[in-house]
Each structure stands twice: as structure tokens, then as C-alpha cells.
Design a binder for this molecule. Structure first.
Ligand code: LP5
Ligand code: MN
Length: 240
């Protein structure tokens, strides 16, 4: 049997090709799995469970149908969709996991996370993250009108894009000390995350090739799916 891991699909009404690719994955591959783990940024942006796009509705229906057939679907929020709440999780049959979750993955002690929390050299972003993760900031934001929420989110996206274009690749990647700290502290075998859009399999410890940090890719230009079974794993990119 197999478990699937995906992240950074950035689904929206503006990219029906990615939505179709995801629905096809749910229809053709996912039904045969033990579990599906979505490690954040399933949506391009999320401004409240009361503001569902056509895409969000279609995706919830498809996920719910799969969950009803018995597939456990787990969700860790990303830096774009951290405002997803229990309403939408219920509607889509997803179970939320904590920002940093450790699971037993067929005998491998594995930490799952979106990945943004590891990017500590990006002090600009970490400051932003701290603010928008404040409970009361979120409460205030979610009580604004739909129009204002949309406008603020669009503003943040524009600012983020502008700032990202000035940041170096190194700043926007994970800090290796943060990775090592977690491997040591929890005696991890594996870590799986997304966010950086740099799909790869890294060996985080010099003294062993058994330990791995697997980085999932985004779905902007191609699909990126990690399949893991008892004795195998594969990080595959394929056409949308
Ligand atoms: O997303 P990506 O990959 O492009 O860049 C991320 C970091 N940027 C972000 C910001 C998001 O893109 C925008 C999120 C919208 C959320 C909608 C809900 C809003 C809720 C608000 C209140 C609860 O995550 C980027 C990193 C990059 O990853 C790589 O790791 O570098 O970080 C930044 O760009 C940090 C910037 O400092 C963010 C600036 C945002 C502007 C804040 C000003 C507020 C303007 C609105 C007035 C209220
Ligand atoms: Mn992200």
C-alpha cells in the first residue's frame, strides 16, 4: 500500500488546468492509497470559509467523496491558506494536523510540515508570519467584510511578490540548522515539506544515507507527488 504527499498546488479559479490535474489525481490515483497528506498551500489564497470559490467547492466535494470511501486525508496549513477553518475541513473530509507533526511512516519516524517555519533567514517573512498567526489578528481579519478581506489579501500578495523578487535564493530556502535541530531533537528518520518549490531529496546527516529530507514541488508547471510504501518511495513530477 502507499501514502501520497502533496503541497503547494495553489488552486484557484484562474488556473483550471491545475484544478483538473488535481481532480484527476483524486479520481485515478488517490482511491488506492492508505492516506493522503496535503502539506499546505492547497489554495492560492484563503480569506475565510464563508468565501468559497467555485474551485474550493469542487475540491471539497471531491475530497469528501474520497474520504467517504475510506481514505484518510490530512491537512497542514500553508502560508497562503492558514485561515482554513473547521467548517471547510468538515465539508471536505480533511483532518487538520499541527504545524509540525510527527508520524510513523511505515516504520520511519517522519516529521511533516509546510516548510515556511524553517526559513529563518527570511526575517521579513518570519515577522509577517508571527503577526498573521496571532489569534486576535485573525479574528479581526475574519470579521471584516468580504470585499475588504479580498482587497487586503490582494495587497499582501502584491507586496510579497515584489519583495520576493529582491530576495536571494539562499534567504528564501530553509535554514539547515533548523532542519538539523529537528532531526536531533526528535531523532527523526525523515522530514517531508514543501513551500520552497525546490523538489529534491536531501541527506541531512553526513554520517548516514538513511535519513532524508524530502522537499515536495509546487504544481504551477507540473504535478509533484511523493508516494511512499513500506520499502519504496518516489518523488515524481509529471505533466499537469
Ligand atoms: O507566498 P509566496 O511564496 O509568494 O511568498 C511567501 C512569503 N509571503 C507570504 C505572503 C502571502 O503570499 C500572502 C498571504 C495572503 C494571506 C491571505 C490572508 C490574509 C490574512 C491576514 C491577517 C490574518 O507568505 C514571503 C516569503 C516567501 O514565501 C519565501 O519563503 O519570502 O514572505 C514575504 O514576502 C514577507 C513579506 O514581508 C510579506 C509582506 C506582506 C505585506 C504586509 C503588509 C500589509 C498590507 C495589508 C494591510 C492590512
Ligand atoms: Mn508556501
Amino acid at each position: 500500500m502507499v501514502s501520497y504527499f502533496i503541497a503547494d498546488l495553489h488552486l484557484s479559479d484562474e488556473r483550471p488546468d491545475i484544478v483538473r490535474a488535481f481532480l484527476r489525481f483524486l479520481d485515478e490515483q488517490a482511491p488506492h492509497a492508505d492516506a493522503l497528506y496535503i502539506l499546505g498551500d492547497l489554495f492560492e489564497v484563503w480569506v475565510g470559509d464563508d468565501l468559497l470559490s467555485d474551485t474550493a467547492i469542487k475540491v471539497a466535494d471531491a475530497l469528501q467523496a474520497l474520504n467517504q470511501q475510506g481514505l484518510p486525508i490530512y491537512y497542514i496549513c500553508g502560508n497562503r491558506d492558514f485561515l482554513i477553518r473547521q467548517d471547510y475541513l468538515n465539508r471536505s473530509g480533511m483532518t487538520a494536523l499541527a504545524d509540525e507533526t510527527i508520524i510513523d511512516l511505515y516504520g520511519r519516524k517522519t516529521m511533516l510540515l509546510h516548510g515556511d517555519i524553517l526559513c529563518t533567514a527570511d526575517t521579513d517573512y518570519q515577522r509577517f508570519r508571527k503577526i498573521v498567526h496571532h489569534k486576535w489578528v485573525q479574528w479581526c481579519f475574519l470579521h471584516l467584510s468580504q470585499k475588504r478581506r479580498r482587497r487586503i489579501a490582494a495587497n499582501m500578495r502584491a507586496k510579497s511578490k515584489a519583495r520576493n523578487s529582491q530576495k536571494s535564493d539562499a534567504i528564501m530556502d530553509v535554514t539547515l540548522d533548523e532542519v538539523s535541530k529537528r532531526f536531533d531533537q526528535h531523532q527523526l528518520d525523515w522530514m517531508i515539506h514543501g513551500h520552497t518549490h525546490r523538489p529534491a531529496i536531501h541527506q541531512p546527516c553526513a554520517d548516514t544515507t538513511e535519513k532524508k529530507r524530502i522537499v515536495l514541488g509546487d504544481w504551477y508547471e507540473q504535478r509533484s507527488i511523493l508516494s511512499v510504501s513500506v520499502d519504496n518511495f518516489d518523488l515524481a513530477g509529471s505533466k499537469l
